[in-house]
Design a protein around this ligand. Structure first.
Ligand SMILES: *Cc1c(COP(=O)(O)O)cnc(C)c1O
Length: 431
């Protein structure tokens, strides 16, 4: 999909076990970053400098096959001339006006998102996934309030292993205690249910529920898909109790799993709200909350707002992204490359018995480490980087693969070769 641009020359940068030591100039910059940033992040010892297709280069000129795509964001890879064209054309017109005025790109994007979703009537644009979920949480609360439900009867249910963002409400919806510690008191009105437990959710949804929020394939939680029929079951319970079904597709949406909207693979599921971000902007910061018929009039003037939301630069790019994600060639590529990667992971596993399970959909793939390698995902990821391939982790026990959806057969093969080398080196080092 990289068009007619010349393929980057792939160089195997590291021998087995060898380290990429940053050169002095890069090291100085890294040290500055470590000095001035808060400790909230722990960036790797490299400065990413540029990218093309599914490859990135660090400031020292080392190349990497990127199996992380900036955490599922850069689905169209790096340096797409179409995205650059859309961005620069809009940049020459106007960058920002706020929502006191209309601009053209967000209007067009809202229409295109609503139509493509096959359910949404209205769209609220944000700058991130957290903000899209925050908006959805507020929407659900107001939906219940409008029906006369008291604050104590406006509970939001989420699932163990979920991830919904880091604002106080979104992190409270995130049903993983490790994200909560130290931030109490958390906002009230959130309850947690075991993911994929049909019985438990049936017990929990009640007149006091205003929404259930779920990913279709849990991302940060370890690449765990909803069990067949589970979301349909949840949807039926929501309908019964007049609660909203919110599907957080911030990570699994936008063709990541092989469908433009991840719930398209879930028979009979029509959500009330879908949240998007990550891949929607192809690297531009943007998020969206899509609202179906039931709650289309819940937000009224003054209910919610965002100064940057619907930024014309981000929206101009997102429109091109959305269009590209609907091309049959790209849909086919996701299926083919996904199969290629899972097959390769299975072959690696046959050799080394490193994984307990390889799972996922499309190009959203997780490899769960076997019990004797538990806790080693970070270490293995670092070794992969030293071998010129960037992989993510989902917790300490799962290697997570979210390559650009435009990754070519050749780039994929190169990435797999490097992965193979890194894992062989890891296994040898442990013997
Ligand atoms: C990343 C993520 C978020 C948070 O998005 P940000 O843009 O980082 O705020 C929310 N939900 C899911 C499923 C995500 O993967």
């Amino acid at each position: 999909m990289a068009g007619k641009t010349k393929k980057p020359k792939l160089i195997l940068v590291a021998k087995k076990g060898q380290q990429h030591k940053p050169k002095p100039a890069s090291k100085a910059l890294i040290d500055k970053g470590r000095k001035y940033y808060t400790h909230a992040y722990k960036p790797r010892d490299m400065i990413v400098d540029r990218g093309k297709g599914a490859m990135v280069w660090d400031l020292d000129g080392n190349d990497y096959v990127d199996f992380g795509a900036g955490i599922s964001v850069s689905s169209l890879g790096y340096g797409s001339s179409e995205l650059i064209g859309a961005l620069t054309a809009q940049a020459k017109k106007i960058w920002h006006t706020s929502n006191i005025f209309f601009t053209e790109p967000p209007i067009r994007l809202a229409e295109e998102l609503a139509k493509a979703s096959q359910f949404a009537r209205r769209v609220f644009l944000t700058n991130s996934g957290t903000e899209a979920n925050e908006a959805a949480i507020k929407l659900a609360r107001k939906y219940a309030a409008d029906k006369g439900k008291l604050p104590e009867n406006r509970e939001i249910i989420s699932f163990t292993g979920s991830f919904h963002g880091r604002s106080l409400a979104a992190v409270t919806a995130t049903a993983q205690p490790k994200y909560h510690v130290g931030f109490e008191p958390l906002p009230p009105g959130f309850r947690y249910c075991a993911f994929n437990d049909f019985e438990a959710i049936e017990q929990m949804v009640s007149e006091n529920t205003c929404a259930v929020i779920s990913e279709v394939v849990q991302g940060e939680g370890g690449i765990t898909p909803a069990a067949p029929g589970f979301l349909k079951h949840v949807q039926a319970l929501c309908r019964k109790h007049d609660a909203l079904l919110i599907l957080d597709q911030v990570q699994d949406g936008m063709l990541r799993t092989g469908k433009l909207f991840s719930h398209f693979a879930e028979e009979g599921v029509v959500p009330d709200v879908v949240t998007l971000a990550k891949a929607l902007g192809g690297g531009m910061p943007i998020g969206a909350m899509l609202i179906g018929e039931r709650a289309e009039n819940t937000f009224q003037f003054g209910s919610h707002g965002s100064t940057f939301g619907g930024n014309p630069l981000a929206c101009a790019v997102a429109r091109v992204v959305l269009k590209k994600l609907q091309t049959p060639e790209l849909v086919k590529n996701v299926a083919a490359r996904g199969k290629q990667l899972t097959t390769a992971l299975a072959a690696i596993n046959k050799k080394h018995a490193l994984f307990a399970e390889i799972r996922g959909r499309g190009l959203m793939i997780g490899a769960e480490l076997a019990p004797n390698f538990h806790g080693k995902a970070g270490e293995i990821g670092e070794l992969c980087r030293h071998h010129g391939v960037l992989v993510l982790q989902a917790g300490p026990n799962v290697l997570r693969f979210l390559p650009p959806l435009v990754i070519t057969d050749k780039e994929m093969r190169e990435g797999i070769t490097r992965l193979n080398d890194a894992i062989s080196a890891y296994i040898i080092s442990k013997k």
